[in-house]
Design a protein. Sequence first.
Length: 785
Amino acid sequence: FSISTYNKMWADAQKDLDIQLCKERGEFLQPEKDHVKVFKLLATSYIKYMQIFRHLETAHDQLVHKQKQAVIRQVLDGVIGRILEVKKEMVKLENSEFHYIDDILEDLKLLPEDTEVPIPRYFIKEKLEALQEREKTLDQILLDAGLQIEEPVEAMTPEEGVRIIQVAERARQGRCRAAFMKRIYLKENKEKQPRLQVQMGPSPDNAATFIQQVWRGYIQRKKTEKMREEEMIFLGMSLPPHLETMSVSQMHAGQVNTQQDEVQETHEEVSIKDKLRETEGLYIKKNFQDEISQCFIECRHIVGKFPDYPSEEAGGSMTVFDSQKTAEQIAEELAAQREMALQKKDQKGKKENESKEKKKEKEKAGKKVRLPRVKTAEEGWKMGPSNFLSIMEEGSSQYKDIWQNRDEQWDFLQDHDPELIKEENRKDVEEEIRVQVDKVMQQELENLRLAVDGEGSGKQKKGKKSEKVRAACVRIQMMSLVHRTIDSLYRELVEEGLLIKAKTVNLSDYVGKYNYMGTALLQAGVEPMPSLAQVRQLIALYGILPLGSQTVHEKAPLVKALLLAGPNGVGKKMLVHAICTETGANLFNLSASNITGKYPGKSGLLMMLHMVLKVAKHLQPSVVWIGETEKIFSKGGRKTDDEMNPKRLEKMLPKFLQAVKAQDRVLLVGTTTRPFDANLKPFCQVYQKIILIPRPDYSSRLGKYFLWKHIILQNGGVITNLLSISCLANLSDGFTQGHIVQVVQDVLTELRLLQMARKPLRTEEFVTPLARQDPVYKEEEESFK
């Protein structure tokens, strides 16, 4: 694809976004009482925003123009946040995390794959070097502490070594003897051959016919095999062999070009800023000095004396540079600032008296009985206020003002626009020069006062800190681990096994298909089980997107805790590692089995949680994982502070979550196989979102490049016509992804992989290992509902 392709993709996405924003202004502001109509409206907006999201993300990743990327990034954050807001309204309307919109997709002529949540690639690319450095540090700490998992090397006894050498030597001698006997046999046959050839040799015509027959058969078999492959590719049952290689090479080339552009733009930005200082620095400085001098002279002419120079905290000479203010207004503002400072002391006593009176009034008002608000019949559903509409509108207006009609024929490389960089850097240069001018003009103002008025301005005394502020500072220093650096805390958590290395697993590796019968089952009065594709979407919406973007996490509906519930082997831990991989997050393991015997007592537990929270906030994004979380909230049991008791975290987790603010990209993820064993009230208070993960359905087990095919190919197997995936998908009904992985690994041993070329895989090889696994029965699956 050329650069113009992605420019057009960006332009089309902006047009679709403008249309969607116009619809929202008209439709979402009107109250609506029909819930079916409201849900269809929300679902349609969700799908439209998801399509815009996908196009913007692709354009952002493939365009190398950094200034274009900055504009797209702003709109992209707004679209992601708006998707989360719409999703929140859909959940609130249906009281369910899983929605079945296959009928709406059919009306829009779209596929379920069009609603798949794309993972922005800039989550990792922008901090790739920092992540690689952190991974090296983690490996080094694990190696120094002796915790690095390495393949065990078994020592061999001398007798075993001699035995292996003897076997190898005897085998070598046998091969040499066989080769010698073969040479003798061939020599004897060669001596007999001339006499037989005279009696039984074929004629030249027969020999030529035989050669032609063999050659034509070989050529035809090759043609037939090629035709069969082309037919399978045409029917969509096979993937062209060159596509994957091309995509990988193109991606690699794109990454190299992007890195080169980043380096080039950094040098260009520095050189442009230096050039601005050289060419326009003196002119800007002279203008500043003239404006300040003129303003002070006018102020003295009006007020009768020179004003005080504004402090740096008040903005310095920026108050003078406001072109909309006259000299009289500036003099009045400076005088008002002095009066406000004097009035603050007098107002302290009044505020204390007023606060006491307000408390008394609140106590009286609290005793009054409040009548419940009755909804009128005219009221209906109405979309709540959004934190992201203004961001999207600002990005759209910036696109229209700068990029929509911009002539870029001269910019063949499409790396950056020097004029835009110059405009951005001019503000920085002006600010640097303004600070220098302030220092010079303060001294000049003193000289003017001495020369004209014969007086100097007294230096203001620094106010003393109140005792309350001092006490608060002391308390903060006592509570925080001031004497410990982040590096030392990080090392301690790694050595204690509380900070672990996340496995490299992408969310796309969690394969599964969409449930096409969801709406039909709901209309028939049957509650369908969620599909694996829906689970994948929820993990992306609640886990990956907020952790990956600071803007989205601060302004979107805040989700602090997430619970993954499902039978053994459905991939709960895999999803936790996928969240960390896609966002580059740290992984903290606070499972009951992992913290047993560590940091005993209540004080030790508090210190552990404080360390985890401090490191998680400083090195955000971070994921705090609690496996078998139902043990922490189990019914009954001991409530002591014993370090062996898993319930000691029960009272601390709500306080831990209270300390996590909107600006902290920290997510608590719990996994459980028996959520019904927990005490539901505190359990549901901690976990805001509960995601049920079911066993895979037939379409997920059979579909193209899904479970059976995906796992067999991943483990080095080759699928031929002798292996019936449909039969395996039927036989594995009730088994989880973990069972299928275990079966494939049991069959595809190293020896079996070596035999693959001459002995293809057969269906019956997987049946016996599958029969040894324990399936998930329907009663157990229903208990999760």
